[in-house]
Design a protein around this ligand. Structure first.
Ligand code: IVH
Length: 671
């Protein structure tokens, strides 16, 4: 049985989270989650309200559309509310939409739809008094928006004066402000997608700032009108054009759901070719008289629906196929595609996994491909749209030489499966292949390895280009004078970098072994090797006396790992790197206690710990034979809470009866 209180807490937490992201999205134009995740959160809240009718919260998304107006601008009350549209995702939703309309009208009449692209920008309202633009307003929460007339006036597509005599004395025109993809390219670093760029630019306090960015405006409907003379939405669109507005060139009329579905399919496949982002199609009952009869539900019209495009896939054209070289020499083909917006994220690269995958799917440069982007997974190519293959496209020839160092590449033969590997690799095991070397250094500094905070992947690439780093040990002998003179490096960031590099010198043996980036020696194998050899001198002893094959006695280490270690140390440069690193670093002996105090016990942290880093705390647990779990579940024995713990984790632990302890109580377990 659920507790009312728990459901309410969960509901309120979700609303708080929702409003945080709503503000980031609408007010700051800097969303930190994808549209899909945002929609999911909203749906979860609405679902809770549906299942538990006692739930109410004034800040729930069911009570508002969009976001309350910003304090930056004067508020302006819309004469006619600016509502949202309901969404349809498949044919069934559309059949249902039409059925509801016919039921409402209580008779079966043929329906005609005006179809328009749903431009992925932000809506704006323009009130014209006697043909003169008097007020320009944002949507805000639908009831009240922000008065941004001057900002809107900087948009060239918005006429300031309309001389045409057919314009009513007072009319409020609505449409979408957006930025074209080519212009977004220039602003790319600053915003996640073109819509955020448009929203951020439009709501600049200083309209001169707005004027610097080429925003566009496409008109599509009206709110208040002093005259009641429009018969059809499609005629109104023509009227808008005659008044000097831009209207979409893709507007159409359809008379059946089949027609709508077909058009939607075709449109979805060519949307990457459009000059601006479109996230679906809007279907509106064409007769304005019928629109009036149908009216509105609480936050959307009954006479219109948005048929959304998929939020996790899209079609685009392969412009090129790049071959990336990874740390272990694996050659990964990546399709460079025409940028396409998938669920709020602009995608221009999609992985093709490996050579076999290209062959199997027969992907060629110039093809139109279906790309999927789900959750945090790297976007990947699903298939080629063969109907759209231009006649003469050459088959893609996978390089047989490493594109970075020119070495021979090979596909390994797997004795167990009796098959060749799908992945082709550069045979250069070392620092003489530039791409492999850079990836090795990136791995060396990563969290589970040496863990140097202030040195990210991008910084490694930059320092590599400037010849500041060519080997991992170079990190400990950096030319700080040169770094201080670089763009973006102030004295604070240089001293932070020095500090985190200095801090990284004391390292556990297993992390050191892992940091070398040897193929097949992941964090777990590094741990068991460290446990076996106990100290770094011993490790070097095994390496130099050709005794690595004795690792076969270690439980968990097999032939694959041994071969890989041997291959790695056959390379003299690798040995030199290890020797030089040992000179600089303080590699701690392994003191993993098999029967430590925390044997068979699992731990998880939440919140900030005092006087100890997370990484160090984890090592302490592992040194004492305990283990760390990454989520609150039945397998967890202790949740250790630091400063500002995550409430949901604590609540979840409570409900599962897990012991919740403070940092002090945890130390008491250890000593
Ligand atoms: S009509 C009451 N037509 O979609 C119906 N909206 O989710 C008002 N949009 O706020 C909207 N293209 O920002 C309409 N051709 C179009 C549109 C369109 C984009 C946006 C608009 C609106 C949102 C509704």
């Amino acid at each position: 049985m659920f507790k009312k209180e728990d459901v309410k807490n969960k509901y309120d937490l979700k609303i708080k989270e929702y409003n945080k992201h709503n503000k980031l999205y609408y007010e700051d134009s800097l969303p930190i989650i994808s549209d899909r995740e945002f929609d999911k959160l909203k749906a979860e809240i609405l679902n809770l309200e549906k299942n538990y009718t006692f739930l109410t919260n004034i800040k729930s998304p069911s009570n508002s559309v969009g976001f309350y107006p910003s304090k930056k601008f004067e508020k302006f009350k819309h004469k006619v509310q600016m509502l949202s549209l309901s969404n349809a995702f498949d044919t069934d939703d559309l059949i249902n939409f039409e059925k509801k309309i016919l039921n409402y009208l209580n008779k079966k009449i043929p329906l005609e739809y005006s179809v328009e692209p749903k431009i992925d920008g932000i809506s704006a309202s323009l009130t014209y008094l006697n043909g003169k633009l008097a007020y320009g307003v944002s949507r805000g929460d639908g009831k009240e928006g922000e008065l941004i007339t001057n900002n809107l006036k900087t948009i060239k597509d918005i006429p300031h004066i309309i001389k045409n005599s057919t314009i009513p004395k007072e009319i409020e025109i609505r449409g979408e402000v957006f930025i074209e993809k080519k212009d977004f390219e220039k602003l790319k670093g600053k915003f996640a997608n073109p819509r955020n760029a448009a929203s951020g630019t439009l709501r600049q306090k200083d309209s001169k700032e707005t004027g610097k960015i080429p925003l566009k405006f496409i008109a599509y409907t009206f709110g208040f009108s002093s005259e009641d003379k429009f018969k059809k939405q499609s005629d109104f669109l023509k009227e808008l054009k005659s008044w000097g507005f831009l209207i979409s060139e893709y507007n159409k009329i359809f008379k059946s759901i089949d027609g709508l579905v077909n058009f939607h399919r075709q449109f979805e496949e060519k949307r990457f070719d459009l000059k601006y982002d479109v996230d679906g199609l809007v279907y509106k009952i064409n007769s304005i008289q019928l629109q009036k009869r149908l009216g509105f539900t609480s936050n959307a019209p009954r006479w219109a629906i948005a048929h959304k495009f998929s939020a996790d896939h899209a079609y685009s054209e392969v412009l090129n196929i790049d071959i990336q070289v990874g740390r272990t020499g694996a050659l990964t083909p990546v399709a460079k595609v025409k940028p396409v917006n998938i669920g709020g994220v602009v995608v221009s690269n999609a992985t093709l996994h490996n050579e076999d995958e290209i062959l199997r799917k027969d992907i060629r440069i110039g093809d139109t491909v279906k790309i999927e982007r789900a959750g945090d997974v790297i976007p990947h190519v699903i298939e080629v749209d063969l109907r759209r293959r231009k006649k003469k496209l050459n088959k893609f020839l996978f390089p047989t030489k490493c594109p970075s160092c020119g070495s021979k590449t090979e596909k390994e033969y797997n004795k167990t499966t009796k098959k060749f590997d799908a992945v082709r690799r550069c045979t250069n095991e070392g620092f003489t292949c530039e791409k492999i070397a850079i990836e090795k250094i990136k791995h060396f500094i990563s969290k589970d390895a040496i863990n140097i905070d202030g040195l990210g992947k991008k910084v490694v690439e930059k320092f590599w280009d400037l010849n500041l780093i060519k080997f991992p040990q170079d990190i400990y002998n950096l030319n700080y004078k040169k770094i201080s003179s670089l763009d973006g490096w102030g004295s604070q960031s240089v001293s932070n970098l020095k500090y985190s590099i200095e801090n990284s010198k004391k390292v556990a043996l297993d992390k050191f072994i892992f940091s070398l980036g040897i193929r097949h020696i992941g964090i777990e194998n590094a741990k068991i090797i460290a446990d076996f050899i106990k100290n770094i001198r011993n490790f070097l002893n095994y390496v130099k006396n050709n005794k690595i094959n004795q690792f076969i006695n270690i439980d968990g280490i097999g032939e694959t790992q041994i071969k890989s270690l041997e291959k790695f140390f056959q390379n003299r440069i690798n040995i030199k790197v290890v020797e030089e690193l040992i000179e600089i670093l303080n590699v701690k002996d392994s003191n993993l206690k098999k029967n430590g105090k925390l044997k068979n016990q699992t731990f998880m942290f939440t919140g900030k710990l005092q006087n100890i880093s997370r990484a160090e705390a984890k090592s302490l647990i592992e040194e004492n034979s305990g283990s760390i779990v990454s989520s609150v579940n039945k397998k967890l024995d202790y949740l250790i809470i630091g400063e500002k713990p995550t409430n949901s984790k604590v609540e979840q632990a409570k409900s599962l009866g897990i012991k919740i302890i403070t940092q002090k109580e945890w130390s008491d377990l250890l000593y």
